[in-house]
Design a protein around this ligand. Structure first.
Ligand SMILES: Cc1cc2nc3c(=O)[nH]c(=O)nc-3n(C[C@H](O)[C@H](O)[C@H](O)COP(=O)(O)OP(=O)(O)OC[C@H]3O[C@@H](n4cnc5c(N)ncnc54)[C@H](O)[C@@H]3O)c2cc1C
Length: 416
């Protein structure tokens, strides 16, 4: 059986759902295929932090040396790496290490900033226009520090980001404890990212999925794309286990799975998964007023009203989404080093998800070279929830052949 559609989106995560939303608003008819349920990929269990402050790409100076240092003590490391003898994986690792440079940061910041700002504006408009209630809070995110050297580095980073228009406020020990009494006494200060915000991502994605269906999207869940047929540089068929689809235009938004989905298409799409975990507990007696990042531990803490979530760990090259109980327990242990928590927590959920990471650490958004009816939007790494609303608008502009909101050449697939 062949189903005909106008725009066919592969993947119903934050990127696919936002793309569907903006395409539908632009008057296109949309079909979404997902191998799972929409909104249940790598987005719903994440930290829910909306971080326009994250304009520095994942591939930045110091990342490789920090990773090597952490690997000397793997039991406490926020970073892990799967050993795999795949040429594509080894090449990706080499390219990532090479991209950890000042030059990559300088090159990436303008596009990351434009995408972050567009996303922030779009998110606020969407929450307002669609009346989406997802525990969205604009109190900002605070990075907490227990160590003088790490705090000094944090202040230095805040100064750097400030020069690029990111609002921050340095909190000394007294100011921090006044605004966050839940912080333990040996937390010596913080950097408050006042323009950041947070929300319950599961509620946001469920609400967005509902709006997209109401706007007319045809959704096929549990429908994995297994291959493509293309003729003269145009995709003519998208194959799934439950039949074939034909579409005027195809959008590939399958996150960390994008290169696997696209293997028939001979695209250069070097993306590796970076697995992370979350533990969600019922609200303890005292809840934080802000979301946090815990300094050296790189753990995120996000309060969602009746729930509190701890998120962390970045395991490059790992495709399994089965959470490792050892790391779930460590997340809680790390959080207890920084904030007061009830002795016994009521765990509601334990989760693992995959961040899609390119070798230069910035997203890949653009028309696919050599295929006239394919747009790719993936590689959002740690910030796909934040950057989804801007990406959705850009995908709609690309599919409709319109001028994009900003110059997308630095994010295009030609760079690979
Ligand atoms: C622990 C953790 C914490 C995070 N915290 C934050 C945060 O606080 N803020 C933030 O902005 N970002 C955060 N992220 C990152 C964010 O979750 C990702 O960047 C985002 O989910 C990527 O969105 P996506 O739509 O590209 O991919 P996904 O969310 O992975 O969605 C891809 C979809 O494609 C589907 N799919 C896969 N294969 C196929 C196939 N063959 N056929 C059809 N469909 C297929 C999947 O089922 C899935 O639904 C976090 C990630 C993790 C893991």
């Amino acid at each position: 059986m062949t189903t005909k559609s106008d725009v066919l989106i592969i993947g119903g995560g934050p990127v696919g759902l936002n793309s569907a939303y903006y395409l539908l608003k632009a008057g296109r008819r949309v079909t979404i295929l997902d191998s799972n349920e929409i909104g249940k990929g790598s987005g719903h269990g994440n930290a829910g932090q909306i971080v326009p402050s994250h304009i520095v790409p994942l591939a930045a100076p110091g990342v490789v040396s920090s990773a090597l240092k952490w690997m000397l003590d793997p039991s406490l490391s926020p970073f892990g790496m799967k050993i795999r003898l795949s040429p594509a994986y080894i090449l990706w690792l080499i390219q990532f290490a090479a991209a950890c440079s000042e030059a990559n940061v300088t090159r990436s910041i303008p596009s990351m900033r434009s995408l972050a700002q567009l996303s922030m504006t779009n998110l606020l408009n969407m929450l307002d226009e669609e009346r989406i209630e997802c525990r969205y809070q604009q109190t900002g995110i605070i990075t907490l520090f227990k160590d003088e050297k790490a705090f000094a580095d944090g202040k230095h980073e805040a100064e750097f980001l400030g020069r690029h228009g990111v609002p921050t406020e340095i909190l000394d020990k007294a100011a921090l404890h006044e605004c966050e009494p839940i912080a333990l006494d040996d937390v010596i200060g913080g950097v408050h990212f006042t323009g950041d915000s947070f929300m319950n991502p599961a509620i946001f994605l469920a609400e967005l999925a509902k709006r997209v269906r109401e706007m007319g999207a045809e959704v096929h869940e549990n429908t994995a794309v297994t291959g493509f047929e293309s003729v003269s540089g145009k995709i003519t068929k998208v194959r799934t286990a439950s039949g074939e689809f034909e579409a005027e235009h195809v959008v590939l938004a399958a996150g960390a799975w994008s290169p696997i989905v696209a293997r028939d298409l001979r695209l250069k799409l070097p993306i590796q998964p970076a697995r992370g975990y979350s533990v969600t507990v019922a609200a303890p007696r005292n809840m934080p007023r802000h979301a946090f990042i815990l300094g050296d531990r790189r753990v995120a803490v996000s309060p969602f009203g009746e729930l509190l979530r701890f998120t962390g760990r970045l395991e490059v090259g790992e495709y399994s989404t089965t959470p490792d109980p050892k790391w779930l327990a460590r997340l809680e242990m790390f959080v207890r080093e920084y904030i007061e928590l009830d002795e016994k927590l009521d765990v509601k959920d334990a989760w693992a998800g995959l961040r899609p990471v390119t070798p230069d650490g910035i997203p890949a958004i653009g028309r696919a070279p050599g295929l006239s009816n394919l747009t790719v939007a993936t590689g959002h790494a740690m910030v796909g929830l934040s950057l989804g609303p801007g990406t959705g608008q850009l995908v709609s502009e690309l599919v409709n052949g319109q001028k994009t909101a900003f110059d997308l050449r630095p994010l295009s697939l030609d760079r690979f």
